[in-house]
Write a protein that binds this ligand. Structure first.
Ligand code: NAD
Ligand code: UFG
Length: 372
């Protein structure tokens, strides 16, 4: 890091001396050199992590991925390298492994950490709450302790709109009441609270908490995307597997919600937009007494039936579906007030629903069996 900055400072002075008209370019080089970071990405071979690594590499950052491969395969790393034409270091390991973490921090002197590693299935968390607490909360605490011990205090954390529980009103802003309705949500709230305590005890921490709404779609190349284990729980992967012939029909969970067509409304956000929100968060990250919290969504909600129609248009096929009772724990409507991310990070979603469906479909068509 220091080497690069020194070189660019020399370039900057040389340029000023040789030609005052080049000040702008030189300033730009200086800015770039300062903004390039060495970043540890936990969970970086997963769905959102892999897309974020591509964006980080494109932005010129150096990346080390740490992932225990509990919900991803190592094959994704090669695809990331192909897309970005850059190499990325991959370490198979667990965020709960203190010795490994310490070794990594000592070897790489990371500037920042983007922390995606975690278990994310609501249903699984209800069946195995202790496992979720251990992996998501204790694992995160181990990581934060190690960061502190190695003087790395810059962090972007993956939280979720699930922390809003059953929202009192929509769109949901960051100040809305927080509540967890399942152990997965509990684990996200618990980590957010750990981060608040950490930051108030040491304001040198620079922490950004991103609350994702519903991530969907895939990289435009069709080379990386979401590869769920077994039968998908989430709407988009399920629809895509129906379209490709792996599943017979979609079950629409509930058509009696107080929404215009009776089906649930969510804020679907393109995973590449989401990935870019991390770049924006990193570049704006600053010290403070409490973490900065941002909703990452489009601000626009769509019903299940609207998503089905949009997918049918993108894939040029019919998605057979049956109406079934509500899924326990589901809420009627959830979409973001994403204006704070726009105001403070300069981030807003670029891709609309049609593009999300096209990109999701491309990934599914090119990889009917995921990464296998
Ligand atoms: P993912 O399962 O595809 O990726 C998570 C990665 O973390 C996986 O590769 C997994 O192998 C790894 N991992 C899990 N526990 C680990 C551990 N203890 N040590 C090292 N690696 C570990 O999930 P994703 O969709 O990419 O989600 C990334 C993050 O975003 C998660 O924290 C998730 O809770 C959060 N999030 C996801 C969604 C969503 O709908 N996908 C919504 C809101 C928030
Ligand atoms: N749905 C169906 N049929 C399906 C799957 C989903 O009708 O087979 C409906 C749901 O009832 C809901 C909508 O599609 O109305 C979206 O459901 P998802 O399962 O895709 O997403 P959720 O909003 O339930 O939850 C997701 C993640 C959570 C995360 C939350 C907010 O799974 O982990 O978004 O980020 F917390």
């Amino acid at each position: 890091m220091l080497d690069i900055i020194d070189i660019k400072i020399l370039d900057f002075r040389d340029l000023i001396e040789s030609n005052s008209n080049t000040n702008l370019d030189a300033n730009f080089s200086l800015h770039l050199a300062y903004s390039m970071k060495k970043i540890l990405v936990t969970g970086g071979s997963g769905y959102i992590g892999s897309h974020t690594v591509v964006e980080l590499l494109d932005a010129g950052h150096d990346v080390v991925i740490l992932d225990n491969l509990s919900n991803s395969g190592v094959g994704v790393v090669q695809r990331i390298e192909t897309i970005s034409e850059r190499s990325v270091k991959f370490i198979q390991g667990d965020i709960q492994d203190e010795a490994l973490l310490d070794e990594l921090f000592k070897e790489h002197s990371f500037d920042s950490v983007i922390h995606f590693a975690g278990l994310k299935s609501v249903a699984e968390s209800v069946a195995e709450p202790e496992r979720y607490y251990q992996n998501n909360v204790v694992g995160s605490e181990t990581l934060f302790n190690c960061m502190q011990q190695n003087s790395c205090n810059e962090l972007v954390f993956s939280s979720s709109a699930t922390v809003y529980g059953e929202p009192e009103s929509v769109p949901i802003s960051e100040g809305a009441k927080l509540s967890a309705t399942n152990p997965y949500g509990d684990s996200k709230l618990a980590v957010e609270n750990v981060l608040k305590e950490l930051n108030s005890s040491n304001p040198e921490w620079k922490i950004s908490i991103l609350r994702y709404f519903n991530p969907v779609a895939a990289h435009a190349s069709g080379m990386i995307g979401e590869d769920p284990n077994g039968i998908p729980n989430n709407l988009l992967p399920y629809i895509a597997q129906v379209a490709v012939g792996k599943l017979d029909r979609l079950a629409v969970f509930g058509d009696d919600y107080p929404t215009p067509d009776g089906t649930g409304i969510r804020d679907y956000v393109h995973v590449v937009d989401l990935a870019r929100a991390h770049i924006a968060a990193l570049s704006c990250i600053e010290e403070g007494q409490s973490p900065k919290v941002y909703n990452i969504g489009t601000g626009q909600g769509y019903s299940v039936l609207e998503v089905v129609q949009a997918f049918e248009k993108a894939a040029q096929c019919k998605i057979p579906y049956v109406l079934e009772p509500r899924r326990p724990g589901d809420i009627a409507s959830c979409y973001a007030d994403a204006s704070l991310a726009m105001k403070e990070l300069g981030w807003s979603a670029a891709y609309g629903l049609a593009q999300m469906m096209e990109d999701h479909w491309r990934w599914q068509q090119l990889n009917p069996n995921g990464y296998q």
